[in-house]
Design a binder for this molecule. Structure first.
Ligand SMILES: Nc1nc2c(c(=O)[nH]1)N[C@H]1C(S)=C(S)[C@@H](COP(=O)(O)O)O[C@H]1N2
Ligand SMILES: [Mo]
Length: 459
């Protein structure tokens, strides 16, 4: 029996709706333009309602559910559509495939007003529309400090120097002829959820958590390349990674990470990296904040001290409550978020909903995700879907019957090292409210009696 028919006899909400799972209206930014984002709350609501109706959303859904029970039959079944009667498109009509035109609202998006120019900005991945754990390459979030480039791989060079016996320059061809490994890992910008330190700032999961993606990467372990150059692993405790774009992106990486799992990657999700994500070469530093995953990678230097580069002294430091800055906090700690139901969505029916989300930890595997629907009073363990991998997203699901009243949905992840995702209050006690980076606190979504889901902070 499917889970939505499991509801207890006395669960009126579930019974009312004939054991069909509840319907859900998609989040408003699917219809939002820059203009709409600047409207007042009430104006925005009526704008959204109009946009939603114009897109056939509500009307379409209602027609479908009524049609399904109408006595004279469902026209969607009875009237044969063109695709049943005609000839479809030929093979390779689109030599590189594209998503369905019906899915065109699922896009990475900029947060209007967050940055002044698009070349030094971020686009957020639409987490609310993803399934499983892999981010489609075209929807991977982007963060560029100085714009992106589509670099000619034949002209790209990768150099290793510093504390090595034989400094070397590799071409892409050299690297791609070596033995390779493939690994699935998440990448999260250290600033993900950074707008929420002081108060609720953005409405949807795309903006609260969308500087996060997870892909399969293929490349060469950096350790093999350092061996190839005769690196001095006694004195060499750090490496400096340098990108070829104008941002002078340089980051210090601990040798311990290099010996563990750092990769020099040229492929993502089975094809060459996308230009936005560092084509033709990027560093993959599993578990570590996105900024260290240097794109357009052109150089690794082996050194005996941290380099204190500009992006490690002025940026990517954590302002603590005592006014001091904490430096080199690179690990992305255990974190999770419910992606549906989530902010901006509207629950249309009472009854069964599948609560789904993702969890991850820069320290290892996800061990458990607990979900609360009453603002953290009671918790139940969610089902973790396989595979459950190191420093990789893990998908969770849990059944829920919405009784039509207020509910606060939260998820709390625990990783394989025993670290537990903190509440916002607990994290603020240690970190204060003035940070940008490394906010891994528990996210709360309020489901109001009218079905609207909104971003709230409750302890
Ligand atoms: N060369 C270079 N590497 C870079 C950056 C950059 O601007 N230039 N941005 C960094 C930051 S801050 C992040 S979060 C990640 C983003 O990777 P993505 O654009 O593939 O999502 O790349 C990092 N590597
Ligand atoms: Mo970042």
């Amino acid at each position: 029996m499917p889970p939505w028919q499991h509801s207890k006899k006395d669960d009126k909400a579930a019974m009312t709706f004939n054991h069909r799972p509840g319907r859900l209206q998609k989040a408003p930014e699917f219809f939002l333009t820059r203009e709409a984002m600047t409207l007042s709350r009430d104006d925005r609501r009526s704008f959204l309602r109009k946009a939603f109706l114009a897109a056939g959303g509500a009307a379409g859904t209602l027609a479908l559910s009524k049609g399904a029970v109408a006595a004279d039959g469902d026209p969607a079944i009875l009237n044969l559509p063109a695709h049943t009667k005609g000839l479809g498109q030929p093979v390779a009509a689109r030599p590189y495939g594209l998503p369905s035109k019906h899915e065109e609202n699922l896009q990475r998006r900029e947060s209007p007003g967050l940055t002044r120019v698009g070349a030094a900005s971020v686009s957020f991945a639409p987490l609310q529309g993803f399934f499983g754990i892999i981010t489609p390459s075209g929807l991977h979030f982007e963060r560029h400090h100085q714009g992106w480039w589509d670099i000619d791989p034949a002209q790209h060079r990768f150099m290793i120097n510093g504390l090595v016996k034989n400094p070397k320059v590799y071409t892409m061809d050299d690297l791609m002829r070596m033995p390779s490994i493939s690994r699935m890992h998440f990448i999260e910008c250290g600033a993900n959820t950074g707008m929420e330190w002081g108060n609720v700032a953005v409405p949807t999961v795309q903006y609260t958590h969308g500087m996060l993606s997870c892909c399969e990467f293929t490349g060469v372990p950096l350790k093999w390349l350092l061996d190839d150059c005769g690196a001095d692993f006694k004195k060499g405790k750090f490496v400096l990674a340098e990108g070829a774009d104008g941002s002078s992106m340089t980051r210090t990486i601990n040798m311990a990470n290099v010996l563990d799992d750092v990769m020099v990657a040229y492929a993502m999700n089975g094809e060459m990296l996308r230009p936005e994500n560092g084509y033709p070469l990027r560093l993959v530093v599993p578990g570590v904040q996105g900024v260290s995953w240097v794109k357009y990678l052109r150089r690794i230097e082996v050194g005996d001290m941290p380099y204190a580069a500009k992006d490690e002294t002025i940026h990517y430091v954590d302002l603590m409550p005592d006014g001091q800055h904490r430096q080199y906090t690179s690990i992305q700690e255990v974190k999770s978020v419910i992606t549906s139901p989530s902010g901006g969505q509207v629950l249309i029916d009472k009854g069964f909903f599948n609560i789904t989300g993702i969890a991850w930890s820069g320290r290892g595997k996800i061990q458990k995700v607990d979900v609360s629907v009453d603002g953290g009073k009671n918790w139940k363990s969610a089902r973790l879907e396989t595979p459950i991998l190191d420093k990789c997203l893990t998908r969770f699901n849990i059944d829920w019957t919405w009784n039509g009243g207020d509910a606060i949905l939260m998820s709390r992840a625990t990783d394989s090292t025993g670290h537990v995702q903190p509440t916002m209050t607990a994290l603020r006690k240690v970190r204060g409210t003035k940070s940008i980076y490394h906010n891994n606190s528990i996210q709360s979504w309020l489901v109001s009696a009218n079905g609207e889901v909104s971003n709230v902070q409750i302890g």
